[in-house]
Design a protein around this ligand. Structure first.
Ligand code: NDP
Ligand code: 8X3
Length: 249
């Protein structure tokens, strides 16, 4: 039985990944700060299949202690799903809160790179896999995307760079780049405003956490010689618009 560690398993895409991987016969280590939600997954999925691992991804000491305390059968990670992340605010850069920018960089970039660095030796030893949650925001700029898009561009490029560095190790690396997925993402982005999130997704028929989880599981289940480099997906009702032009005078 293989073991996957999914960061951000308390909600949305990560929570759906926990269910999908357990259903496919994997052991899952699920991380997050909300311990009661992780306990709910233990109750639902069973302690033999789901192991909670509670830490803030920005806290190196807490992360290392939580990983060191994993029981033996969950300690050998074959697949890392770097999913925990967030957007804060959608204001243009000139009106954005610097503290929000720093939180996004610390969470989406610094913590993701740190955890990857921590788990790389084991992943190499087991010829494992790393699946990163980037975003369409990595490639397509939109107003208010500024630092969030920048962090997700880092994730995409980091994944591609790892592919290069890990040549010959057998480790597979993938950047998954979704568009609109209805989770708690937009509630968090809007400071807990559920109504703003409901409005954002209304009538869109957005992607679901389960859609992305099935994609992550598919990527992780490819034969050992197949690497999915990048994978971009959107709801049918989300697409591209033209450039904007500011006119003088
Ligand atoms: P959710 O808000 O539903 O879930 C985010 C998860 O990240 C939670 O489990 C949360 O756990 C965890 N997390 C956030 N900050 C921290 C932290 N400091 N320490 C530990 N865990 C943390 O959002 P999604 O499921 O939608 O987002 C998952 C990933 O997918 C993100 O990286 C996001 O950027 C990406 N993505 C989302 C899209 C969307 O439209 N929803 C589209 C493209 C990419 P807890 O709060 O319990 O700690
Ligand atoms: C978030 C994707 O399209 O909501 O990563 O900005 S979108």
């Amino acid at each position: 039985m293989k073991t996957v560690l999914v960061t951000g398993a308390t909600s949305g895409i990560g929570e759906a990944c926990a269910r999908a991987f357990v259903a496919a016969g994997w052991r899952v280590v699920g991380t997050g700060r909300r311990v009661e939600r992780l306990q709910g997954l233990v109750d639902e999925l069973g302690a033999d299949h789901f192991q909670p691992c509670v830490f803030d991804v920005r806290d190196d000491e807490a992360r290392d202690a939580a990983l060191a305390a994993l029981p033996g059968e969950f300690a050998a990670i074959d697949c890392l799903v770097n999913n925990a992340g967030l957007a804060l605010g959608a204001a243009p850069a000139q009106k954005a809160d610097l503290a929000d920018w720093k939180t996004m960089i610390d969470t989406n970039v610094v913590a993701l790179a740190s955890l990857t660095h921590n788990l790389l030796p084991g992943l190499i030893a087991r010829k494992g896999a790393i699946v990163m949650l980037s975003s369409v925001a990595a490639t397509y700029p939109y107003t208010g995307g500024n630092v969030y898009g920048g962090t997700k561009a880092f994730v995409r490029q980091f994944a591609l760079g790892l592919r290069s560095d890990l040549s010959g190790t057998g480790v597979r690396v993938t950047s998954i780049e979704p568009g609109m997925v209805e989770t708690e993402f937009t509630v968090v982005r809007n400071g807990g405003d559920q109504a703003a999130s409901d409005t954002f997704y209304a009538g869109v028929n957005p992607l679901t956490g389960e859609d992305i989880a099935e994609t992550v599981l598919w990527v992780a289940s490819q034969p050992a010689h197949v690497n999915i480099n990048t994978l971009e997906l959107m709801p049918v009702n989300q697409s591209f618009a033209g450039f904007q032009v500011a006119r003088e005078g």
